[in-house]
Design a binder for this molecule. Structure first.
Ligand SMILES: NC(=O)c1ccc[n+]([C@@H]2O[C@H](COP(=O)([O-])OP(=O)(O)OC[C@H]3O[C@@H](n4cnc5c(N)ncnc54)[C@H](O)[C@@H]3O)[C@@H](O)[C@H]2O)c1
Ligand SMILES: [Zn+2]
Length: 345
């Protein structure tokens, strides 16, 4: 089946584990051998809930992988393939990824390669994975010191959004996901964005809304050639900040979005009020790094390395207004220097 068709068939389940349980009773899933991929944290915090609520998974095997980015390697993938073979998994077997973006990325990668491709289900357990990583069919491991350098476009057959898992998620991980939520709202829906910025708690309904938006966007542009690029808002700068300042991805993107908004004000006429209210919200949550011109000089090559840039120019996603993003806007080095210097003010 073509990737585009697989993407269309991939089901988003917003009714949580009970809806997942009902779905797995259907004919499509009868007689399936399930293997749950998880890490130490999701083994402890999420597996009991999953197996107690989803009958079909009561007999499932499980494979534990290292926590976090460490699991995204060819070595770990090979170990999982080995265990699948030893457990008698075949081409009708299904992998259930129970974890954050790292477990979902690894599990999708493993599924894409095993017996030329088996089905997998994402059950994201971090906020970031619920609204971003578990949706859209990008699977990968890290290789040669480069993040996500080996992977496939290979969508899950099902993605289950179950916010109950967030109860045990550490606060800093919640914050990481929150920035990606704000990003998606910023490029797609002004009312949702305002709700997120003024809300005290993260609502399940907003998580599902963001997951819906991401799902719609990736189905419209599975290969990241056009509209999907709007989801990279803040990322050209965020990736450079993540690498240079060794910050978590979500937080770095949160800061990168402030840079992108400043440039949007200068170049596309975004209202200064939007930039100021976002910056205020950001500063209440994150200590902003004070970059010098020398720091920025060292970060510029990282921005050019970003895979989203066409040869030569630094191109990024900017905003005309909240909800209206423009892709491939050419940005000059001097404009970037200016925007980064403004962060510290
Ligand atoms: N494929 C994509 O489109 C895509 C998009 C964005 C990010 N990603 C990838 O996602 C990864 C980051 O994902 P992440 O932010 O979810 O981090 P993560 O997967 O490393 O999880 C963060 C931490 O939370 C723990 N955890 C997970 N669920 C928990 C729960 N319910 N309770 C307690 N602890 C829990 C994990 O064990 C880990 O320690 C990166 O590798 C990134 O490249 C992929
Ligand atoms: Zn991101």
């Amino acid at each position: 089946m073509r990737y585009e068709d697989m993407m269309k068939q991939g089901k988003m389940i917003f009714g949580g584990l009970s809806a997942m349980s009902r779905e797995l009773q259907k004919e499509d899933w009868q007689g399936v051998h399930y293997t749950i991929l998880l890490d130490e944290n999701t083994f402890q915090n999420c597996l009991p809930t999953l197996v107690s609520q989803v009958d079909s998974l009561q007999e499932a095997e499980f494979i534990e992988v290292p926590v976090g980015e460490e699991c995204k390697s060819l070595e770990v993938a090979a170990q999982v393939w080995q265990t699948l073979l030893e457990n008698g998994a075949d081409r009708h077997s299904v992998i259930v990824n129970l974890g954050g973006g790292a477990v979902c990325d690894l599990g999708g990668f493993v599924a894409a390669g095993f017996k030329r491709g088996i089905r997998y289900i994402n059950v994201p357990t971090t906020l970031l994975a619920m609204v971003d990583a578990a949706i859209g069919g990008k699977t990968a491991v890290d290789f040669g010191g480069v993040k996500n350098s080996i992977g496939h476009f290979y969508p899950s057959s099902m993605t289950v959004i179950e916010p109950v898992f967030l109860q045990t998620l550490p606060q800093e991980e919640v914050l990481n996901g929150m920035f990606e939520m704000v990003k998606t709202a910023l490029v797609s829906d002004a009312a949702l964005y305002n709700r997120l910025l003024t809300g005290v708690n993260i609502k399940s309904s907003d998580i599902k809304e963001i997951a819906r938006i991401k799902s719609r966007v990736v189905k419209a542009d599975p290969y990241d050639n056009s509209i999907r690029k709007i989801l990279n808002f803040g990322h050209t700068f965020g990736h450079a900040i993540e690498t240079y300042s060794q910050m978590p991805h979500g937080v770095a993107v949160g800061i990168g979005m402030s840079v992108a908004m400043y440039l949007s004000v200068k170049k596309l006429g975004l209202s200064g009020e939007v930039y100021h209210s976002y910056s205020k919200w950001l500063k209440e949550r994150v200590t902003l790094p004070k970059y010098t011109l020398k720091n920025i000089e060292q970060m510029l090559p990282l921005m050019y390395q970003d895979k989203k840039n066409a040869a030569g120019d630094l191109r990024c996603v900017l905003l005309q207004e909240v909800g209206a993003a423009v892709i491939d806007v050419c940005v000059l080095d001097n404009e970037v220097r200016d925007a980064f210097l403004k962060l510290a003010q």
